[in-house]
Design a protein around this ligand. Structure first.
Ligand code: NAD
Ligand code: TYD
Length: 348
């Protein structure tokens, strides 16, 4: 199997690459990544020398380059994770989201159709997507594979567009596709612009902990390694043309996640209980802030025997330990342009 993984230098992508490089020595794995602010080869330092792994720097919005890569490499499978992924950035600058998430995905689809036409046997194009395409839930109910799309941010609208294109290529050209829509991930190597790593970073440095609105929005948190395992299972055993919802069955209000992080980190850092909570600062809400996400992952459990690992507190505690032990990683990714982003986003 000659496998292309896009976005492998990012948060989830690096966990997927590591899992596939270690578990499938017989595969030849190419990690294609443009190394944007969110991509970091240090995330993959432990696998970079493996004989079944190769990194290619490149941009999925570059149509000629993508076509050439597919011609040269003759991939059998694609796991597509490359994306602009942060909702707040999509609000301040949507163009990059449309380019990478929509146009970039179309370039990959076109190259796969071209490369596989005449013989699609054994081929698979797996598109990794988000539950945010479904919009925002009220107090009741969960998203499932049959929920209608209702994206409400430029990020989720661009991901929804790409999902539609992927399905259309299946129906129109017979492209053997798979899609999964996953809830919020947490774990190691997560860029500290997203809630959990940002709060860990700020608690560590005794900086204000920005909570949007009243902190009552709810997310369904899934450990990133569980997501990588779900991707492995769906890629190898999923039914072609199908969609799978992936979630942690683990709903938390943002303010409760922040308070839990404060409590765990006060213990770990030898601070007085309650000290870090004083850093909590309520800030202006995100425009169009989705109230609640929750996933019903019954299909994945019933058909492919996948379940999330529990419990959240234990895995969150391990996650904090990773950030505290990998000071250099955190310092590296929060230097330079990160500072400008942070100042702009939080006015400080
Ligand atoms: P990330 O932002 O950490 O990583 C994205 C990676 O894509 C980076 O390495 C970046 O360099 C690369 N990239 C960006 N633009 C590119 C381009 N034009 N060409 C090539 N590479 C490019 O994102 P993530 O959180 O790891 O998310 C990965 C995928 O999973 C995304 O498709 C995202 O929509 C989806 N997803 C994320 C979550 C989550 O909680 N983070 C949940 C569900 C689904
Ligand atoms: P985030 O990690 O950006 O993921 P998403 O918006 O894709 O769900 O945010 C998770 C939740 O935390 C979301 O409801 C917005 C909120 N949030 C804050 O309250 N403060 C912050 O500084 C950030 C980054 C997010």
């Amino acid at each position: 199997m000659k496998l292309l993984i896009t976005g492998g230098a990012g948060f989830i992508g690096s966990h997927v690459v590591r899992r596939f490089v270690r578990n499938y020595p017989q595969y030849s794995i190419v990690n294609l990544d443009a190394l944007t602010y969110a991509g970091n080869l240090a995330n993959l330092a432990d696998v970079q020398g493996e004989s079944n792994y190769r990194f290619v720097k490149g941009d999925i919005t570059d149509k000629e380059f993508i076509q050439q890569l597919f011609r040269e490499e003759q991939f059998d499978g694609v796991i597509h994770l490359a994306a602009e992924s942060h909702v707040d950035r999509s609000i301040s600058g949507p163009d990059a989201f449309i380019q990478t998430n929509v146009v970039g995905t179309a370039n990959l689809l076109n190259a796969a159709v071209e490369s596989w036409k005449g013989n699609m046997d054994g081929k698979r194009f797996y598109h990794v997507s988000t539950d945010e395409v479904f919009g925002s839930l009220g107090a009741e109910g969960k998203f499932s594979e049959t929920t209608a799309y209702d994206p409400r941010s430029p990020y989720s609208a661009s991901k929804a567009s790409s999902d539609h294109l992927v399905r259309a290529y299946h129906h129109t050209y017979g492209l053997p596709i798979l899609i999964s829509n996953c809830s919020n991930n947490y774990g190691s190597h997560h860029f500290p612009e997203k809630l959990i790593p940002l709060i860990i970073h700020n608690i560590k440095n005794k900086k204000p902990l920005p909570v949007y609105g009243k902190g009552e929005n709810i997310r369904d948190w899934l450990w990133v390694e569980d997501h990588a395992r779900a991707i492995d299972v769906v890629f190898h055993r999923g039914k072609l043309g199908d969609t799978y919802c992936v979630g942690g069955n683990n709903e938390w209000k943002n303010i409760d996640v922040v308070k839990l992080l404060c409590k765990l980190m006060d213990e770990k850092l030898g601070r007085v209980d309650g000290e870090s909570e004083q850093l909590i600062t309520y800030v202006t809400d995100r425009p169009g802030h989705d109230a609640r996400y929750a996933i019903d992952a019954t299909k994945l459990k019933t058909e492919l025997d996948w379940e999330p690992t529990q419990p959240f507190e234990t895995l969150l505690s391990q996650t904090i330990d990773w950030y505290l032990q990998n000071d250099a990683w955190l310092e590296q990714v929060t230097s330079g342009s990160y500072r400008n982003y942070y100042e702009q986003q939080y006015n400080r």
